[in-house]
Design a protein around this ligand. Sequence first.
Ligand SMILES: *Cc1c(COP(=O)(O)O)cnc(C)c1O
Length: 368
Amino acid sequence: MLYTENASSFQLTTSQKQYNFSAGPGILPQEVMEQAAQAALDYEGLGLSLLEMSHRSQPVVELMAEAEQLVAELLGLNDEYKVLFLTGGASSQFYMVPMNLLNAEETACYVDTGSWSTKAIKEAKNFGNVAVLGSSKESNFNYIPKGYTIPEDAKYLHITSNNTIYGTQYHSFPKSDAMLVADMSSDIFSRVFDAQQFDLIYAGAQKNLGPAGTTLLIVRKSILGKVERSIPTMLDYQTHVKKNSAFNTPPVYPIYVCLLTLRWLKKNGGVTAMEKINRDKAQLLYNAIDTSEYFEGTAAKEDRSIMNVPFVMKEDQYTKKFMEYCAKHKVSGIKGHRSVGGFRASIYNAMPKTGVEYLVDLMNNFKL
Ligand SMILES: *Cc1c(COP(=O)(O)O)cnc(C)c1O
């Protein structure tokens, strides 16, 4: 039985006093945090904290290799791909992607689905031509633009698979003859998809994978080494491919917490099982929003995210009251992003169905 079907597993412990709906850093499985805490004190009985162990030591080399292998296994990647754990956040990938893939006279295509895409577009302009094929900016990014054509000379198409702030998500990915690149920071491992249709995927760990401090990068090795510019060593993907993410000192502890989460994911049925639970959770919450007399959703229904669920009060003057009600009932991180307002419940993999049921109960019981 999956742990998420067991209501008692989401009782708050003394070390965790809040229901965490934060968009990021997001909720992690309780057992992962307990194992991480133990490793900070004594890593696997070796008499050393993982925090003080060399990245060249055998146990650390092994844990990094296992994390890499589990990512490949859970996403069904073949050996044309390399899995890296980098630093600098997803935000550093906004410039590393074009730096490594785009020559100055070439054109990269982007779809603008909100703040994160907008930032990625800004950085790409430092390295080559950028064509924005679609944007939902005019309606505060509440839908995913569709129906554009990708120019034949496009070097790559960049999308943001899930828009953490606006709660929109691609439910089918564009078909592209050009290389396909995705920022999957807030929905990687949340659902089944064909990872091999992508040439490069990146994700800051702190949404749905682990703590802040490392960025997952998945790259088809054959696309590297093809640009003319000279790339600083640390910013060249090839450096990290050759050295298995340990060219310099990697963020071992965050990578270890990612590994613990990946083990948890595998043990609980992998991405297939996660997707099923995530869809149940999202449906439960959207249904509560759609049938409520007080709340309404902000994203176009066909593009609604199963990870980040923004909603507002039909009458804004009551927003504060529901916020206080949430705080009183130990609901944390539910305040909406300032560009949407209202509320946002992030229901990442580690949020069990019982947590969503708890929130839905609160919403249903809320009275003005
Ligand atoms: C949070 C987020 C980012 C930024 O991640 P950092 O690791 O803070 O740089 C980028 N893209 C998406 C989709 C995000 O949700």
